[in-house]
Design a protein around this ligand. Structure first.
Ligand SMILES: *Cc1c(COP(=O)(O)O)cnc(C)c1O
Length: 403
């Protein structure tokens, strides 16, 4: 018989870059009774979360909340704004950019996938100069949208979105800008309106510290206009009816009530800590993590320090060491989950998540597990990454925030 033991002693270390650990405070909020989604109380909850999530995206325009995983919100962004056969320009930063490109093909769009060849393209960020050069060639304006991933979760790279906006503007091109920040939102600085993004896609289970199950489209007036003019066949994902009903805090169908309780609590936590403090905490933990990896003498997957991700760090294992074997050892011995190498990177690297409900000691325990696991797998480490990270964290006095 299958033995499912989810509760060994101590707590499981869920250090994958999403789903991230869900704070007890959020789990408790989610255990409130499910209410009538057409009743008077629900409208108040709806209005609260819709207003709160706008603050996280930094937008004054509508944000759609879907009862779906991030993949659904990808599809929603494409099918509301683009029509059959439309050309789109997508940039290959890693596995998630590749999955989104495949989806565009399935939906009958014509994506052009640009990037650097081979594995090198999976070690850096979006090249705005390449996007600008391609758009400048498109004098007929056949390209209807530029699609990029802000935080590429498969590699640990956070791309410069304002640079992509500037590239589109410099080319004088009318294409929409669609950005996936499924794993960046509420962990890395993001500004939907200021950066001139037309649709931002995100999900619940990463920086927002919620379980998987809801996802988002933040819109611009230009995106809404495009959806009114055209789009692909759609019903469930259609923005218009949702925007209309959201004005009073309701949805056209049954929303995910208990996840919305969780979202309400997550918003209180994140806005209570302050977005800038949340971002600074992520940067500090990411820096400590990279300090450890560098002390071990192992390469970081992201080869360009200007685009290091505050959300996760990709660690490359030496030639001949299967990164998935290291992960398996760590899982079995220390009850810790790390992210696997995805797509082209399978077996070559593992990913340490340091997002959401994470503090100095969460990270130190995580790094200890990694260091022990690497040693058990026979990897020769140059020095202790744990000690290096401790030095970094202890040298940077940041008082704990108490309410
Ligand atoms: C997690 C993730 C996705 C996929 O989201 P699902 O919720 O698994 O559908 C897409 N893009 C990025 C960048 C992600 O991190």
């Amino acid at each position: 018989m299958l033995k499912l033991d989810f509760h060994p002693a101590g707590r499981h270390f869920l250090q994958i870059p999403g789903p991230s650990p869900v704070p007890d405070r959020i789990l408790r909020a989610m255990s409130y009774p499910t209410i009538d989604h057409r009743g008077p109380e629900f409208g108040q909850l709806g209005l609260k979360v819709l207003a709160g999530i706008q603050q996280i995206f930094k937008t004054r325009h509508p944000v759609i909340i879907y009862p779906a995983s991030g993949t659904g919100a990808w599809e929603a962004a494409l099918c509301n704004t683009l029509s059959a056969g439309d050309q789109v320009l997508m940039f290959e930063t890693g596995h998630f950019a590749s999955l989104w490109q495949k989806m565009a093909v399935s939906l009958g769009l014509k994506p052009e996938f640009i990037g650097l060849p081979g594995i090198e393209g999976w070690r850096g960020g979006v090249r705005a100069d390449m996007i600008q050069a391609r758009l400048e060639q498109d004098s007929e304006h056949q390209i209807k949208a530029v699609c990029v991933v802000h935080n590429e979760t498969s590699t640990g790279v956070t791309s410069d979105i304002p640079a992509v906006r500037r590239a589109i503007d410099a080319a004088g091109h009318p294409a929409l800008l669609l950005v996936d920040t499924i794993s960046g939102l509420a962990s890395a600085d993001y500004r939907h309106d200021e950066w001139g993004v037309d649709v931002t896609i995100s999900g619940s289970q990463k920086g927002l510290m919620l379980p998987p199950g809801i996802s988002f489209n933040a819109l611009s007036p230009k995106a809404i206009e495009a959806s009114q003019r055209g789009g692909l066949p759609r019903s469930f994902w259609a923005w218009d009816e949702i925007i209309e009903m959201n004005k009073t805090g309701y949805w056209p169908y049954t929303p995910n009530t208990n996840l919305l309780y969780g979202l309400s609590e997550a918003l209180d936590m994140i806005l209570g800590e302050g977005l800038d403090n949340v971002f600074a905490r992520h940067q500090r933990l990411a820096h400590a993590c990279r300090t450890a990896v560098q002390a071990w003498g192992l390469p970081i997957q992201c080869a360009d320090p200007s685009v290091y991700s505050p959300v996760l760090t990709g660690v490359m294992t030496p030639e001949g060491v299967d990164a998935d074997q290291v992960r398996k050892t760590i899982y079995e011995r220390f009850d810790m989950s790390l992210g696997t190498g995805l797509g082209k990177l399978k077996g070559r690297m593992f990913r340490i998540g340091h997002l959401g409900d994470c503090n100095d000691l969460t990270l130190m325990a995580t790094l200890s597990g990694c260091e022990m696991g690497l040693q058990m797998a026979g990897v020769k480490l140059e020095a202790s990454g744990v000690l290096a990270a401790m030095d970094y964290l202890a040298g940077q006095h940041v008082p704990l925030r108490r309410e």
